[in-house]
Design a protein around this ligand. Sequence first.
Ligand SMILES: [Zn+2]
Length: 248
Amino acid sequence: MIQTEAIVLHGFDYRETSRIVRLATREVGVVSALARGAKRPKSRYGQGLDLFTSGIAHLTIHPTRDLHTLTGFDASRARPRLAASLHRFAASAALAELCLRFGPEDDSGAIHDVLSAGLDAIGEAADVVVVERTLAAGWRLIAELGFAPSLDTCAACHRPLDAEDEVRFAHRAGGALCRLCAALAPGARALPAEPRHALLTWSRAERMEGIEGPTARAHLRLFREFVEEHLADGRQLKAWSAWERGIA
Ligand SMILES: [Zn+2]
């Protein structure tokens, strides 16, 4: 049995009275666990298994199985604000989806920590900065997992890139390309100086002003395509693209 900080990423009913939850934990990464009796009115989990709640999970790990047993969950922080606005909820769901998809790549608890900070930032954000906070958390996650894009040097030849240059961004190459390398990389997208500056800001874990409309959609698409290229399993990020499409 272990006790570890955890965040509820996802949950669904299982049989009459139980639930299966996906948790981002600090100690054992992203796991699935059976919460027996969680649907009973006086369950030992209380309201603790609501989406995006942080707490201490009591887990019995079954080393040979993918489904573990959750024997208790001491909620320490519910995040009701995330469900109170569609915009925040969609952003949180997109972030949770990333964590689920990257679960197998995390053995250091990075996902838990980035998600916790990201959900808090989304919860506190004014509407106008929700997209910015979510992208910041998304790029943070990428950096923590060790595949941040190359932005100030060419991803192919490592030549330094001038901060004012419009460069090309190639998902497959893993970042920005100089003019010469871009000519050899069909399909690379134009990445003007301003959005590249935004990516550099997020890569330093700094914050920016809010981004909206077409700028927000372009950033969300760039991020999604980068992630899908990395995951390379042909599956779309559904929650992420639904959110992206819904940005006015
Ligand atoms: Zn180059």
